[in-house]
Design a protein around this ligand. Structure first.
Ligand code: C2E
Ligand code: CA
Ligand code: CA
Length: 409
């Protein structure tokens, strides 16, 4: 069965509820109505719901979807949404345990459908209110994966200086002081505008261009670092380096030469090691990294907890900093799975005497949790986005007052 309730203001999302239990449909519809959401359609079966999504009326903005249904279950229904190029958001509803709900949410996101979150049955009114509060028009279209760039074009971009460095601030969680910046490369394409690294770094790695790219980024970052020191800003500067850069001593020699040339203290340079592929030869990497440490450079294990950034690497390589991947930071306070992982990672760093850094700090709540956990440094949109060097001074001015407020709250 289906029934439609009244339609209100234009900005109110058009909501569809899908559940095989009539009682749940009525209950959720009632709860939505109490909150002023009256532009609601309810469906007792997935087939009917897919028909509503595919029809030519006003598009559905949000679907509350039960996972456990006979016939077509919630996961299969989501595949139907993909086939129909559904552009709205989804909230998953189920009595299943938290881990199953999280896995289902990850799966839906992997289909490039936006998931506002999940609700466990029995649905609490507050949880429903909180999730609906996350919905805004236009937020439902998640960034689709952009295509990779052509290797010849990447080669040209590196050689012709189309790559520019952006810098994202890293701040001390105890006192809000700015300790440094991370260098993040951007490609200023003459026709396509700013291109993000996920569209060309792996191309550079696969086509033997990553050495040239890293050297170009590093030269500019160290040159910039010199001007910050001259301007009285004692920033440390971090650069991202792929494992592929670390297989011969060329890179350590280059870094030593370049810091000497720019008169930058190696102790203020952090090399963030990201590993997208399995390490080819531990001995070669170990030699390069150990040499860098001997020369005073600092080493960070980036994206800790993902891919190959593992406990084994932490055991074998001489890192000075542990950077918790942003997938374990955002929203950790109320997440029973990522919070223990975040706490554990900060704890490991502390016990090994490493500086801990959390990336992806997006909200004040993330910030406060990290302070409670004793994490050392934070980086993320809530503090400052990556920016061109000429915008840093304005950011610093605004951060001074914002950090005072943040620390007092
Ligand atoms: P990463 O090293 O983990 O860098 C952090 C990424 O998180 C950056 O993405 C940054 O813009 C983003 N970010 C920062 N704060 C937040 C936040 O609060 N929320 C969210 N959702 N994201 C945040 P970006 O700049 O797109 O870089 C992506 C990756 O590309 C980097 O990940 C790094 O692995 C790689 N990369 C960037 N520059 C270079 C480079 O010069 N060389 C190499 N080898 N890799 C680079
Ligand atoms: Ca990094
Ligand atoms: Ca990361």
């Amino acid at each position: 069965m289906t029934f439609d309730s009244t339609v209100v203001g234009e900005s109110s999302p058009r909501i569809l509820i899908l559940d095989d239990e009539l009682f749940m449909l009525k209950l959720l519809n009632h709860m939505l109505g109490m909150r002023g959401y009256t532009n609601v359609t309810v469906c007792e079966g997935a087939r009917l719901a897919l028909g509503k999504v595919g029809d030519h009326g006003a598009p559905i903005d949000l679907i509350l979807c039960d996972l456990n249904m006979p016939d077509i279950d919630g996961l299969e229904f989501v595949r139907g949404l993909v086939d129909r190029q559904y552009k709205g958001s989804v909230v998953l509803v189920s009595g299943a345990d938290e881990r199953v709900l999280q896995a289902a949410a990850t799966l839906v996101r992997a289909h490039s459908i936006s998931v506002l979150g999940y609700l466990r049955k029995p649905v609490s009114p507050q949880a429903l209110t909180d999730l609906l509060g996350k919905w805004t028009r236009g937020s439902e279209r998640p960034g689709r994966n952009q295509p990779l760039r052509d290797p010849q074009e990447v080669r040209f971009a590196i050689a012709s200086g189309e790559l520019v460095n952006y810098y994202q601030p890293k701040v001390d969680l105890v006192n809000g002081h700015v300790v440094g910046v991370e260098t993040l490369v951007r490609w200023e394409h003459p026709r396509d505008g700013i291109i993000m690294p996920d569209q060309f770094i792996c191309v550079a790695e696969e086509h033997g261009l990553i050495g040239d790219l890293t050297r170009a980024v590093t030269r500019e970052a160290l040159n910039q670092s010199r001007s910050w020191v001259d301007a009285g800003l004692n920033f440390e500067v971090a650069i991202n380096v792929s494992m592929d850069n670390l297989t011969s001593r060329d890179f350590s020699d280059f870094l030593v030469r370049q810091t000497a040339l720019e008169r930058v203290d190696p102790r203020s340079v952090v090399v963030e090691v990201t590993e997208s592929r399995l390490m080819q030869d531990l001995r070669a990497t170990l030699e390069v990294l150990t040499r860098l440490r001997l020369k005073g450079f600092r080493l960070s294990i980036d994206d800790f907890g993902t891919g190959h950034s593992s406990l084994a690497q932490l055991r074998d390589l001489p890192f000075t900093e542990l950077k918790v991947d942003r997938g374990f930071v955002r929203g950790a306070r109320d997440n029973q799975i990522i919070r223990p992982i975040l706490e554990g990672s900060v704890g490991i760093a502390r016990r090994l005497g490493l500086q801990s850094v959390a990336e992806g700090v997006e909200t004040e709540e993330d910030w406060h949790l990290l302070r409670e956990l004793g994490c050392d440094l934070a980086q993320g949109y809530c503090i400052g986005r990556p920016m061109p060097s000429q915008e840093l001074q304005d950011w610093l001015d605004s951060w001074r007052s914002r950090s005072v407020a943040l620390l007092a709250s």
